[in-house]
Ligand binder design. Structure first.
Ligand SMILES: [Zn+2]
Length: 416
């Protein structure tokens, strides 16, 4: 494991070099999470959200990211003057609900500009009134206290505001969790393009923002039948293709989340969601009688596999049952991914590598779960065989989403 000091030094080199070669102002967004390893779902979400905030405010796109013990860090280059850029970034630090959970550094070829130089106070500690630098140096507060504050602040942000806002944030959080998995088994992740040549982390990150925003529009739709939900889903697919330059990143996820969110809206208790989903999704089985050419429908015709449509028609029994159980037992996304891969009939795998490869993959995933080893080689095997476990990845993200709905049901429904 590279020490955090080495990583900091490496980052500093990258930053100096980019301002020198570009002659521009560099903005670095990094999570302010305690401890030697800053990577986790909450801290990644803070970086991701604030990077988007800066992108919107400055009208630029991030050009580089790193994901290591320092956490998920974004780098943006702007033509804007250093002082003006710093003014906008300190505004985000001080005013965005997640702003205090990150450090947004601004520098140019002359060096970094500090908050003090802008006439602003240094950052305060999360826990007491002292300066953050004092408490960090003296280790005044324990890891659990500081990380607890960080995670609670993120959760408060996820479930505040209107139903629209909450759905947008929760779906964005869960889709990002899926994208930042340690291993993708052929899928794009924050660290690898898996078996894909035509898409990368940025394709997915643009797509997440677009589809999560769309999911937030579902409550206002007032959809009362499956056809209006499907119509909105097709519109959202178009927006996704617009954001990704025509690449399918989240078509499967759109299908699952639309139905889950509608189930949430129509339910009276968390426990009723699967029943609502069964009712909403009934028409989906009629698709099997049609001549459409989607991967899912081809898999049904050739192999009798009902796939994700069958799951929806049954109220996502595995997702709300076994998968959620695995997730809640230690929140290990690698184990959840292997569990999903070992039993889901992932039609993405069938489409790219055939039914025999799917069965082989399922057996290898079961083996990895039993031995708690071999996951690295299974990941390589997927890439070599040109397999992408995209259907399983959709279910992993959706399981995180179900977990968030379960834990925050009453807040979401405005009951507390
Ligand atoms: Zn303190």
């Amino acid at each position: 494991m590279a020490g955090i000091l080495d990583l900091r030094e490496k980052r500093d080199e990258y930053e100096s070099e980019s301002v020198l070669t570009s002659g521009k102002t560099l903005i670095t967004v990094r999570p302010n999470f305690p401890g030697p390893d800053k990577r986790n779902l909450h801290s990644n979400f803070v970086s991701f959200t604030l990077c988007h905030e800066i992108e919107s405010a400055l009208g630029i796109e991030a050009i580089h990211r790193t994901h290591d013990e320092e956490g998920l860090i974004f780098f943006l280059l702007s033509d804007m003057d250093k002082v003006e850029a710093k003014r906008i970034c300190t505004g985000v630090e001080d005013n965005h609900p997640l702003g205090r959970l990150a450090d947004i550094d601004v520098r140019d070829a002359e060096g970094t500009i500090s908050r003090n130089e802008m006439g602003l106070q240094s950052r305060k500690c999360y826990i007491c009134d002292d300066l953050a630098a004092h408490c960090t140096r003296s280790g005044r507060h324990g890891f659990d206290e500081v990380s607890g504050f960080f995670k609670e602040s993120v959760t408060d942000y996820l479930v505040s505001g209107t139903m629209e806002t909450m759905i947008q944030r929760l779906s964005s959080f869960s889709l990002l969790a899926e994208l930042c998995r340690e291993l993708g088994f052929g899928c794009v992740t924050v660290e690898s393009n898996g078996s894909h040549k035509d898409m990368d982390f940025w394709t997915f990150s643009r797509s997440i923002r677009t589809v999560a925003k769309g999911f937030g529009e579902i409550p206002a739709l007032g959809a009362n039948d499956f056809e209006s939900l499907r119509k909105f889903g097709l519109e959202l697919e178009d927006r996704m293709f617009g954001a990704t330059g025509g690449i399918n990143t989240h078509k499967g996820a759109i299908f699952i989340y639309l139905i889950m969110i509608q189930g949430l809206l129509e339910s009276g208790r968390y426990e009723d969601i699967p029943e609502e989903i069964r009712r909403i999704s009934r028409p989906v089985l009629e698709d099997f009688g049609k001549g459409s050419e989607s991967n899912g429908l081809k898999a049904y015709r050739q192999h009798g596999i009902l796939g994700i449509r069958g799951e929806a028609a049954g109220g996502f029994p595995k997702l709300f049952g076994d998968y959620l159980g695995v997730l809640e037992d230690g929140f290990d996304l690698k184990r959840l991914t292997l569990s999903v891969m070992s039993d889901a009939d992932d039609t993405n795998v069938i489409h790219r590598a055939g039914i025999d490869s799917l069965r082989e993959l399922q057996s290898k995933a079961r083996q990895s779960l039993r031995d708690a080893s071999g996951t690295g080689s299974l990941d390589c095997w997927c890439n070599e065989k040109n397999i992408s476990t995209g259907g399983s990845a959709d279910l992993v993200g959706a399981t995180v989403f179900a977990h968030l709905i379960k834990n925050n049901y009453k807040t979401l429904k405005g009951e507390i």
